[in-house]
Ligand binder design. Structure first.
Ligand SMILES: Nc1c(NC[C@H](O)[C@H](O)[C@H](O)CO)[nH]c(=O)[nH]c1=O
Ligand SMILES: CC(=O)[C@@H](O)COP(=O)(O)O
Length: 210
């Protein structure tokens, strides 16, 4: 593989990816923030280029890559629980509204029930999550242990929650490798922002169906 090859993005799927109805979580680290922020920008641009509405993208930050799996699981579960609560609240509101309607009183209870049901995307569960960080090898084995734990941890989050969880963690031997993969220039070379691939992958996996 030539030195420029690995900077190319993922081949387009060819399928139309309409992300307009999706709710996406982006969790990123504050470690190596200069590079991570570029990766986040690339992911957000890709999500919006595939139709995801900005108000349906939730962005949270954590200290480092080791915190990504726990944070993603916690936030995904919170959204799932919030969604469950919303459904039960709407059912209760509709029952009350039906009662009021039966007493020939229209309006507030029905409208309130309709309103709370009309905003499911903001209240609903996440359709995909992107977890973004940059690990750069130091002089100890710390890098290897974190990289192994985070990659397995994020795989588990996706499988356990059923929410496609994109592995957006660069595991680099030096900062130049990370900068190139965040689309930055190093010397005469300009890299490819892998965040763009992660945003597209999140939409594709959220829409995957039989
Ligand atoms: N060295 C890097 C770290 N280390 C910090 C850990 O991720 C974690 O925050 C700490 O061990 C407390 O639990 N994190 C990165 O994201 N990138 C690094 O290069
Ligand atoms: C990925 C890391 O934790 C690493 O940057 C820490 O550096 P060191 O191994 O020199 O402590």
């Amino acid at each position: 593989m030539s030195s420029s090859d690995f900077h190319k993005g993922v081949k387009e799927t060819g399928r139309k990816l309409d992300g307009s109805g999706l709710k996406v979580l982006v969790v990123h680290t504050r470690w190596n923030a200069e590079i991570v922020d570029e990766l986040v920008r690339g992911s957000l641009q890709a999500l919006e280029a595939h139709g995801v509405q900005r108000q349906n993208i939730v962005v949270r930050d954590v200290p480092g890559a080791y915190e990504l799996p726990g944070a993603a699981q916690r936030l995904i579960r919170q959204a799932q629980q919030q969604s469950t609560n919303l459904v039960s609240n709407v059912v209760e509101d509709l029952m009350a509204a039906a009662g009021e309607l039966a007493g020939s009183v229209r309006g507030s209870a029905v409208a309130a029930a309709a309103d709370s049901a009309a905003d499911p995307i903001k209240q609903g569960p996440f359709d995909a999550a992107i977890c973004i960080g940059v690990l750069i090898k130091g002089s100890t084995m710390h890098f290897e242990y974190i990289a192994d734990a985070v990659s397995h941890g994020l795989m588990r989050v996706g499988l356990d929650t059923g929410v496609p969880t994109v592995f957006g963690v660069l595991t680099c031997l030096d900062s130049d490798q990370a900068k190139l993969r965040a689309g930055q220039r190093v010397g005469a070379e300009t890299g490819h922002n892998h965040g763009a691939d992660w945003g597209a992958a999140a939409v594709e996996m959220a829409l995957l169906e039989i």
